[in-house]
Design a protein around this ligand. Structure first.
Ligand code: SF4
Length: 461
């Protein structure tokens, strides 16, 4: 008899939809049907029972081929690589649970390395703007129930977050918005005619890289300086700016969702900074929130977990031993890689090889590269060691932070293939083995010491 599981979380994008219904075979080993998820989310679930899946670690051989090894051997290899590295770096975490992110932090503390996550190449500038300017925000539940004006700035959820509009922002029937999309005004700011722009009431086709100018123009209108605005700002006619300003000011509950199109165009964190200032100004006359369209289903997770632990959301440098510090540009992965400072790269829960500039990949690849990931990705294919793990959110339960920073407990849908480990188990195993190796090394270096050697006294020395 098949099992029907309701209220399952989707392990793909930052919407972290937790209303998925999954039909599982009676032996609990195969996913038969997935309902409510979009096409991308469905694919992630079905991939769990892909016959070609790699279920054991693979170690690169001198002739370039991979050879299967045991998890114990893989853990030992990784622990020794960290022990011998001067500056190891662990990067990724978008598709891991918070439990694994905590275990990674513990491992890099012992290994005296750098911890970084995908925010380093996506919403890092947004997080810096949040430090500088704070940010008024809300939950996606509030958006669904209350929002009457939705502003997508540099984001294309139709493709990147397929259920964002249908589940939260535009189409759902909310408690105070019982007529769904007919009660909401949608504004899209994007240089391209995206599919999201296609469903908007207003599409401001901004000149690329001029976001700051347009945001400033909206602020000028709010401050009563509209006569000083030129006839055209950032490719947008003054008349449209005035028209849209009126809608922004008249919103009962407006939300600005911004994506890479704002964060990664000229100005970066300053763009987000002025967008936040615009929200603050709007809150003097109406009610507005702002939210980053986070990419992976738990990329908000490492930001939260490491903020509790170290006070920093990404680019966390633990090489000093006693304290952590963060300085994007100095301690960020691409910059460290470009300066060839990293002599061991551990890629986990993302595909750095596919997303990094080729120069950074080449520099990282000069040294040992370990990939911990369920998938056969580019990062897995170029690795010296690939450790496959259970799929978080499908085979591995855990806490996940949705894009609005609401934590959600993800449940297990099916078991991992027999003998496989989760990423948390692998990271904890490496940390335990590394502790053993560090103590063994300390004993060899001080053979005459009569005092017992504590781990704290020898790490990062
Ligand atoms: S929108 Fe995102 S989280 Fe929701 S089902 Fe699609 S991929 Fe999964």
């Amino acid at each position: 008899m098949v099992k029907i599981l309701e209220g399952i979380g989707c392990p793909y994008c930052g919407c972290s939809c937790d209303d998925v219904r999954v039909v599982v075979s009676d032996d609990g080993k195969k996913i038969l049907e997935v309902e409510n998820a979009c096409a991308i989310g469905t694919e992630i679930f079905l991939q769990a029972t892909n016959h070609e899946r790699i279920t054991r670690p693979r170690l690169r051989q001198p002739d370039g081929s991979f050879s299967e090894i045991s998890y114990e051997e893989a853990i030992d290899f990784a622990a020794k690589a960290i022990l011998n590295a001067k500056k190891p770096l662990m990067y990724g975490f978008g598709s891991t649970t918070c439990e694994a992110q905590r275990a990674a932090a513990q491992l890099m503390e012992i290994g005296c390395g750098i911890l970084d996550n995908c925010a380093s190449i996506c919403h890092g500038p947004s997080l810096m703007a949040f430090f500088d300017n704070g940010h008024p925000t809300c939950t996606l539940g509030e958006v669904k129930n209350r929002a009457d004006v939705i502003l997508y700035w540099g984001a294309n959820p139709v493709h990147a977050h397929p259920r964002h509009m249908s589940r939260y922002a535009i189409y759902p029937l909310g408690f105070f918005k019982g007529n769904g999309f007919t009660e909401r005004t949608v504004i899209v700011v994007d240089p391209r005619k995206t599919d999201t722009a296609g469903v908007a009431d207003y599409h401001l086709q901004i000149k690329q890289g001029h976001d700051y100018d347009l945001l400033n123009a909206f602020r000028m209108v709010l401050y009563g300086y509209e006569s000083d605005i030129p006839e055209m700002v950032a490719g947008i006619p003054k008349q449209s700016i005035l028209e849209v300003s009126k809608i922004l000011k008249g919103a009962k509950f407006g939300v600005c969702f911004f994506g890479m199109g704002l964060t990664h165009t000229d100005g970066r964190n300053h763009n987000v900074d002025i967008a936040i200032s615009l929200m603050r100004d709007l809150n003097a006359v109406s009610k507005w929130s702002i939210m980053a369209m986070r990419g992976h289903f738990n990329i908000a997770g490492p930001n939260r977990v490491w903020c509790w632990t170290y006070g920093f959301p990404y680019c966390v440098d633990l090489t000093k031993g006693d304290y952590a510090h963060m300085n994007p540009g100095e301690t960020s992965t691409i910059d460290l890689a470009s300066r060839d400072e990293i002599d061991l790269f551990i890629n986990i829960g993302t595909d750095a090889a596919a997303h990094f500039p080729i120069d950074a990949v080449k520099k990282l690849k000069k040294h040992t590269w370990i990939t911990i990931d369920p998938n056969v990705s580019m990062a897995a294919e170029i690795a010296d060691l690939h450790i496959p793990v259970g799929i978080s959110g499908v085979e591995v339960p855990g806490i996940v932070y949705r894009m609005d920073n609401v934590p959600i407990q993800y449940r297990k849908v099916i078991d991992m293939p027999e003998g496989m480990l989760s990423d948390e188990e692998v990271l904890t195993g490496i940390a335990n083995r590394l502790e053993e190796l560090i103590l063994e090394k300390a004993k060899i270096c001080s053979p005459d010491s009569s005092e017992p050697i504590s781990l704290e006294s020898v790490i990062c020395t």
